[in-house]
Design a protein around this ligand. Structure first.
Ligand code: WNU
Length: 152
C-alpha cells in the first residue's frame, strides 16, 4: 500500500485495536500495514460469494456487513450474523483450503475493508502459533455451526 506516513500510522493503530492482532509484534503489524489493500463496497454489494474460490482475508475498517448462508433445503440464503468495525472474515477458506463457505454482503454504503492476501495472511498467522491455534479452533467451531444449521 502506497500511502502517507499519517495514514500508515492510522492503520497501524487501527490494526492494534483489532482483538485478533492485539498481541502481534510491532514489526509484524507494520509489515501488514505495508501490504494492505483497501476495498470499498456499496450497500448490497457482495464482498464474498459462497462457493467461490477465495484468497483474501478482510478486516472491516468502516461500515457493516451481513453474513448469509444457504442451509438445509432452503434455496434462499439465510442471514446468520452481522459484523462491524474491527471484525474480520474470510479466514476459513484460507485455513481450511476450501471454497468460501458463506456470503458476505455490505449493508452500508462506503463500507471499507482492509484486505490481506493469502501470502501475507500466512505470514501473519503462520509464524505466530497462538494466533494460528486460535483461528484454527474458531474455524472448526464455524464448521460445527454450519453442520448444525444444515440439520435444522
Ligand atoms: C459461520 N459459518 C461459516 C462467519 C468471521 C470470523 C470468525 C466468524 Cl473468526 P470464508 C465466508 C466467511 C467465513 C467466515 C465468515 O464467513 N463466517 C462464517 C460463519 O457460521 N462462515 N461457514 N460466521 S462471521 C466470522 C468467525 O469468516 O470465511 O472464507 O468466507 O469461508
Amino acid at each position: 500500500m502506497k500511502s502517507t506516513q499519517a495514514t500508515q500510522e492510522e492503520y497501524f493503530s487501527f490494526l492494534r485495536s483489532v482483538s485478533l492482532l492485539r498481541d502481534l509484534p510491532e514489526e509484524k503489524l507494520s509489515k501488514i500495514v505495508d501490504c494492505l489493500e483497501i476495498d470499498y463496497f456499496d450497500k448490497g454489494e457482495y464482498i464474498i460469494r459462497e462457493g467461490e474460490e477465495g484468497n483474501t482475508f478482510f478486516i472491516i475498517a468502516k461500515g457493516e456487513v451481513c453474513v448469509t448462508q444457504t442451509t438445509g433445503g432452503c434455496t434462499e440464503p439465510r442471514e446468520i450474523k452481522t459484523l462491524g468495525v474491527g471484525d474480520y472474515f474470510g479466514e476459513k477458506a484460507l485455513i481450511s483450503e476450501d471454497v468460501r463457505s458463506a456470503n458476505i454482503i455490505s449493508t452500508e454504503n462506503d463500507t471499507q475493508c482492509l484486505v490481506v492476501d493469502r501470502d501475507n495472511f500466512n505470514q501473519m498467522v503462520g509464524t505466530y502459533e497462538e494466533l494460528q491455534a486460535y483461528l484454527k479452533e474458531y474455524v472448526e467451531k464455524l464448521s460445527r455451526c454450519d453442520v448444525r444449521r444444515n440439520a435444522l
